[in-house]
Design a binder for this molecule. Structure first.
Ligand code: GTP
Ligand code: MG
Length: 339
């Protein structure tokens, strides 16, 4: 729960630790051990498991104490259903650039959970990521989260020029926008996992409100080939996604991942029958899944809400232009119908 929502009583009970080194019993050696496994902040430590800390050489009892202390500090504990209402109200919404798409997903990409865009090559997944990395910087009244973006790029498809064009279109200072996108290229799946495991300090120090992994699955797919490696791949993907989810919750950030699927031209019934990489693992951890596909209209894409914890399925049309992601005009819709 965000610190500002702490009750007076709770505030008095637990002193606020802002850094792990301030926690009682944490000397330089333990601080180092925690940092090595990606727990540089109290927020992230609150989401750790005892076995993770044990594996780093911290005793079970101490591990338990530290996690509990971190949790008390940021108040991850039992809450009443009434508190949940308040808790949910802290969830932020990030505009995609298309009002129609925002409306379908309940007002924009939400914080504290994972949103997955899946679709075939060139369907626009990376373009959406670029747009969100710009939009997150907008003030709340313009649909942003007034924060920075963390961009993990696995296929070297991030383009500064696209960011500049989108920022310019929104009347933003392009230099300032570029300055608030913290970028890293992941060279393989292990590196990708490591980047996220060590991201908590960067997220906190930069005020990151959006974590992007584009693509979530490409490295895993190319490295873990064949049936005998499937279990290991799924286990690692699962771990990676859970880390992502925990960071999103700890920092009230949105997290967006992409996943390429093969279109199956032989598929007679529906282009929906595709098999995203990662299968059930990715499906169950992504809270909102959106399938994006090309249309006969060159710039037009159909985005389908395939699953959401509380919203009905739906479909909207969006447009990808030089300026970014936009709504589709009625005249363009007509044109598509006539084709
Ligand atoms: P993979 O990563 O290969 O799976 O594809 P993707 O889903 O990430 O596709 P991406 O987001 O890279 O979309 C590429 C498509 O976006 C292009 O084929 C264009 O249709 C569109 N696009 C990209 N940049 C521009 C632009 O500046 N102007 C216009 N009009 N369209 C663009
Ligand atoms: Mg892409």
């Amino acid at each position: 729960m965000p610190q500002k929502e702490r009750t007076k009583q709770q505030k008095e009970k637990v002193p606020a630790f802002t850094d792990i080194s301030e926690l009682p019993g944490v000397g330089p050696a333990t601080t180092e051990k925690l940092k090595e496994i990606g727990y540089s902040t109290v927020e992230a430590l609150a989401t750790a498991t005892i076995s993770e800390l044990e594996a780093a050489g911290i005793g079970e009892k101490k591990a338990q104490e530290l996690i509990e202390l971190a949790r008390e500090t940021i108040e991850i504990s039992w809450v009443t259903a009434k508190d949940l209402v308040k808790y949910r109200s802290s969830i932020g919404r990030l505009t995609s650039g298309s009002k129609a798409l925002d409306a379908m997903i309940g007002g924009g990409v939400e914080t504290q959970s994972i949103t997955e865009f899946f679709g075939e090559f060139g369907s626009g997944k990376s373009q959406i990521c670029h747009q969100l990395a710009v939009n997150v910087q907008l003030p709340e009244e313009r649909g942003g989260l007034n924060g920075a973006a963390l961009y993990i790029d696995t296929e070297n498809t991030f383009r500064v020029e696209r960011i500049e064009a989108m920022a310019k279109h929104l009347g933003l200072d392009t230099d300032a926008v570029l300055d608030r996108i913290v970028y890293a290229e992941a060279y393989n799946s292990d590196h990708q996992m490591l980047l996220l495991e060590k991201a908590d300090r960067i997220i906190k120090d930069n005020g990151v409100k959006l974590i992007i992994v584009d693509s979530l699955t490409a490295h895993f797919r190319s490295e873990y080939i064949g049936r005998e490696m499937l279990a290991e791949r799924q286990q690692k993907l699962n771990k990676h996604m859970h880390k992502l989810l925990r960071l999103a919750r700890a920092f009230n950030a949105a997290s967006v991942v992409t996943n390429q699927v093969m279109a199956r031209p032989d598929e007679f019934f529906s282009p929906m029958v595709v098999s995203p990489v990662g299968g059930h693992i990715v499906g169950h951890t992504s809270h909102t899944r959106l399938f994006i596909r090309k249309t006969a209209g060159k710039n037009l894409r159909i985005v389908r809400l395939v699953s959401s914890p509380y919203l009905p399925e739906g479909e909207v049309l969006i447009k990808i232009t030089q300026d970014g992601i936009e709504d589709v005009e009625e005249s363009e819709r007509e044109e598509l119908r006539r084709r």
